[in-house]
Design a protein around this ligand. Structure first.
Ligand code: PEP
Ligand code: MG
Length: 953
């Protein structure tokens, strides 16, 4: 029914069927709109149907369209299958002309009302049907309102309203080149065509693009007898929700305006009254509305958003539709309705969107502070809620400055732009939030902000930015560069000044916990978390993680107190490797050499052995130190995850990532060399914070004496520079990293495995139930895995033998190189589990550098629709997805019980989780904060697949 009649038409038909008081009317179907969109003309036969419809309204109402004696007035409202609030058009009071207005005045004994209705028709018709700029009408109204005592339109007398009508008509004539149509049927025809045209308007198209609503649905047009809320003190109009759409509380919620028409509520001309006040003023209507509300909610089994009008004491229902709600209300009402038996638990789970969970777990404004800010008049404007979350910071209009303040000075910045472009991304990256004056939900700013997880209010047209003056204006108010601003990307609200944000507390979100509990019962995949530290693991467990899918061990190397040991290891490793190889070659040669040659070789060996021994000591010594530290880390994380699997990935990044940057070192070595004769040169030439920090470092190295510091530090920095130079690569992301590192320097990964098993054995002796899984990164060829497996499992066995403990463990690999996915059958013979590293798999499949693409061109690709979405955020189904699918099927053919999961960023993205479900992964692993989202998304994937299956049958 909704396909043909649209949401509004279907709601009206349904309310009529339920026996509710609905003004008589009829609906022109979406088919007619589609035909209009194709041909630019009304389809044949439409006019006849409209005549039949009008006749039936006349029959039901006893009024006649165009009859001055008893005029019927109608409205035309658009209504698509999916609600598109504020996007489409409505024309009211059709049927009024110079004659019927007089008839209406007599009939209602209310001249003022009749002329007020007429002026509304002319301006609305002019704006919607003829595209006249509404300001032309408003200016006239404002001028005449200003002459009344209070400046309000309620004080306009009939004579003034007559004058307004005359002036409106002349605006109409001058803009359109014709008189305002006096024939009601012509008015109606044109209004219907305008509603159809509005479907193809830019705003509507943008809205559909953003909300993924197909463009070929079309809108229906609802023609309905007008009822009037502005017929005096016993009339009014309002909007009501069956439950509170912002908190979810079970109460009739809404507002109304006595003696007003619907557009007055929308326009915010007068402050509406709370619906509860109806209980005192119109108890009968309040009671009736309560009964209608209950009936509709029971019928639709969801929150309803209802429009009503009271005309001279009689209640009329004008619309019912599913009520839009906040994240909090979505969760509360879903859980309450399931508990009330109104819906099933599975339905409750499906009613809450993953984005609601994201919103509940994002920082948000303190509601009390927000209300207070409103009361203080600090609310500036409302734009499009383009990317959720709340942010507060200093206004900056310049992306370069935003980058500097945000990155270098760590100050919170709100970047304010008319609109953004790829040239602004560097500033957006370091801002806390984005505000733009222009652009819709798919504008560059909106797309990029969502990509970065930043709050964004876009298309806030009320703000007028002046880059030269470094300020923006909203009406009379001026906000300047450096002032504080607060934006709420979830609601679209913009406030001046600071509003405190509050961090969510998952433990206190009881309804969410209940709902996620139901989701857990519905889903197939497990949800694991990526966690590197015990504190992350603890948080992940609190959020409901059932394992650790990725512990990046190198993160432990980055801790400042460990870096010197890591440096020591990196400095010794290549030299140790080189000398070991040389010694091995010499020893082989000496076996077959004779006489003088042999003596020479033996001498060389003699000279090299102490060097080798010393390097060995340094290298192994640093590895032992690191091993001790890693063991403590592993004890922490394994203990935290008692009873659950923990995938520990061995070292992945290239070694240079642990060393200072080449350019920085080069400058430091040069400065130290130049300052040897004149140490004060260092102080004199220090300009930046970094320069001054370097002077401090030198001073400290010399125990307060700069000269001594220079002499002590220079050789160390030179050695480090040589090491950095030696490990430098043109393409480090595709260079010596992942398993290549472990194969080249096996001592490092052997040390890690030793630490893992020593930790596991110690815990097991304490009766802690541990399940470590050893994961090798960046495997592309099965032989890489075989090489590492042989070395590492030997070490694992050695530790277990030494400790006399057997640990339940698995050995497996990441799949993050297309070749690994393509040869998954060979690889599965040597791996008990696969984990898709889709960050690298996306990088290597597309050939996009993951560190550069987003900052350089990728977000622009998305804004220009070259790519449908950012593939580092949502899995690319056709490419990367195909590789994953193939990998799973090849892998499981060889090893049916192969455990397969995902640990790239995509593991927390709902659309990607759906793909993982289709492919049949055992778990998805994501950052601890995404775990609740993933729990819900995994349940959705399963429940949706079931619904699709039932529909197919
Ligand atoms: C990946 O590549 O998806 C992954 C999880 O590993 P990292 O991000 O550490 O490279
Ligand atoms: Mg990776």
């Amino acid at each position: 029914m909704r396909d043909l009649l649209g949401g509004k038409g279907a709601g009206l038909a349904e309310m009529t069927r339920l026996g509710l008081p609905v003004p008589p009317g009829f609906t022109i179907t979406t088919k007619a709109c589609n035909s209009y969109s194709r041909s630019g003309r009304s389809p044949p036969g439409l006019l006849k149907q409209v005549e039949v419809g009008i006749a039936s309204i006349e029959g039901a109402s006893g009024k006649r369209f165009g009859d001055p004696g008893n005029p019927l007035l109608v409205s035309v409202r658009s209504g698509a299958k999916f609600s598109m609030p504020g996007m489409m058009d409505t024309v009211l009071n059709l049927g009024l002309n110079d004659e019927t207005v007089e008839g209406l005045a007599v009939l209602t004994s209310n001249d003022r009302f009749a002329w007020d209705s007429y002026r509304r028709l002319i301006s609305m018709f002019g704006r919607i049907v003829k595209d006249i700029d509404g300001r032309a009408f408003e200016a006239i109204l404002d001028r005449l309102k200003a002459k009344t005592a209070s400046g309000k339109d309620a004080e306009l007398t009939t004579d003034v309203l007559r004058q307004i009508v005359a002036e409106f008509k002349s605006v109409y004539r001058s803009k359109v080149g014709k008189d305002f149509p006096q024939t009601p049927r012509e008015q109606l025809r044109e209004a219907i065509a305008a509603v159809f045209r509005s479907w193809s308007g830019k705003r509507a198209i943008d809205y559909r693009n953003f909300n993924k609503i197909p463009h070929d649905l079309g809108t229906a047009a609802n023609v309905q007898m007008m009822v009037f809320g502005n017929m005096g003190s016993d009339s009014g109009t309002g909007v009501a929700f069956t439950r509170n759409p912002s908190t979810g509380a079970k109460e009739l919620f809404g507002e109304y305006l006595p003696n007003a028409q619907g557009e007055d509520v929308v326009a915010g001309i007068r402050t509406p009254l709370r619906i509860l006040q109806l209980r005192d003023s119109w108890p009968d209507i309040y009671g009736q509305l309560g009964r209608v509300s209950q009936l509709l909610e029971k019928h639709y089994r969801d929150i309803q958003d209802m429009e009503f009008t009271v005309e001279r004491g009689k209640l009329w229902m004008l619309q019912t539709r599913a009520g839009k709600r906040t994240a909090q209300a979505a969760v509360k009402t879903a859980v309450d309705m399931a508990k009330e038996g109104l819906i099933r638990r599975e339905e409750a789970v499906l009613r809450v969107e993953p984005v609601h969970v994201v919103q509940l777990l994002l920082p948000r404004f303190d509601e009390g502070a927000k209300t207070a800010a409103r009361k203080e008049g600090r609310e500036l404007a409302t734009g499009l809620n383009a990317s959720p979350g709340a942010a507060t910071g200093y206004v900056s209009f310049d992306p370069d400055e935003a980058e500097k303040l945000g990155r270098d000075e760590k100050r919170p910045v709100i970047l304010v732009r008319v609109e953004t472009s790829p040239d602004d991304v560097h500033g957006m990256l370091h801002a806390k939030g984005i505000l733009t004056a222009r652009g819709g939900a798919t504008s560059h700013a909106a797309v990029v902000a969502r990509g970065l997880g930043l709050p964004c209010v876009a298309g806030c047209e009320a703000i007028h930015i002046d880059y030269d003056a470094q300020e923006f204006r909203v009406g009379e108010k001026v906000v300047r560069h450096g002032d504080f601003l607060s934006i709420d990307g979830t609601s679209g609200d913009v406030f001046e000044g600071r509003i405190p944000t509050i961090d969510p507390d998952f433990e206190r979100e009881e309804d969410l916990q209940t709902l996620l509990g139901w989701a857990d019962g519905a889903r197939l995949e497990m949800v694991w978390a990526n966690a590197d530290y015990p504190r992350d693991a603890q948080r992940a467990r609190k959020f409901g993680a059932q394992g650790i899918g990725l512990c990046r061990t190198e993160h432990m190397f980055f801790e400042t107190d460990r870096l010197p040991v890591v440096h020591e290891m990196i400095l010794a490793a290549p030299e140790y490797r080189r000398v070991t190889a040389r010694l091995k070659a010499l020893r082989a040669e000496v076996e077959v050499a004779k006489n003088a040659k042999r003596a020479d070789l033996e001498k060389q060996i003699q000279l090299l052995e102490p060097v080798h021994a010393s390097l060995h000591r340094r290298y192994m010594g640093s590895l032992d130190k690191l091993g001790d530290l890693q063991r403590q880390d592993f004890v922490g994380i394994l203990r935290e995850m008692t009873g659950l699997p923990v995938i520990i990935r061995l070292i992945d990044p290239p070694l240079h990532e642990f060393l200072p940057r080449y350019e920085v070192l080069l400058v430091q070595v040069t400065k130290l060399s130049m300052a040897r004769r004149d140490p004060d040169l260092l102080v004199r030439s220090a300009r930046s914070e970094d320069d001054r920090a370097f002077v401090d470092e030198v001073q400290e190295a010399g125990g307060g004496d700069l000269g001594r510091g220079i002499e002590g530090l220079l050789p160390k920095k030179e050695t480090l520079l040589r090491a950095v130079e030696a490990t430098r690569e043109a393409n480090p992301m595709l260079g010596l990293r992942g398993c290549r590192l472990g194969i080249t320097f096996p001592e490092i990964t052997v040390m890690q495995v030793r630490a893992i098993f020593e930790a596991a054995c110690a815990l097991k002796k304490d009766d802690v139930d541990v399940h470590p899984e050893i994961m090798i990164p960046l495997v592309g060829h099965v032989n890489e895995l075989k090489d590492q497996r042989a070395a590492l499992e030997a070490e694992a066995r050695a530790v277990m033998n030494r400790k006399g403990v057997t640990v339940d463990y698995k050995f497996g690999t990441m799949v993050e190189i297309p070749r690994a996915a393509l040869t998954a059958d060979e690889i599965a013979r040597h791996a008990e589990f696969f984990s898709f590293g889709t960050n690298d798999l996306t990088q290597t499949t597309f050939g996009f550098s993951r560190d550069d693409a987003e900052g350089k061109f990728l977000l622009d690709y998305v804004a220009r629709k070259i790519l449908p979405h950012n593939p580092f955020q949502t899995l690319d189904r056709e490419g990367v997805g195909q590789l994953m699918r193939l990998c799973v099927s090849k892998g499981r053919k060889v090893r049916a019980e192969l455990e397969i999961g995902i640990c790239g960023e995509h593991g927390g993205d709902p659309a990607s989780i759906e793909l993982c479900h289709e492919i049949g992964l055992d778990y998805v692993s994501c950052s601890p904060f995404r775990v609740p989202v993933a729990r819900l998304a995994a349940a959705h994937a399963k429940l949706r697949a079931e619904v699709a299956l039932t529909e197919d049958r």
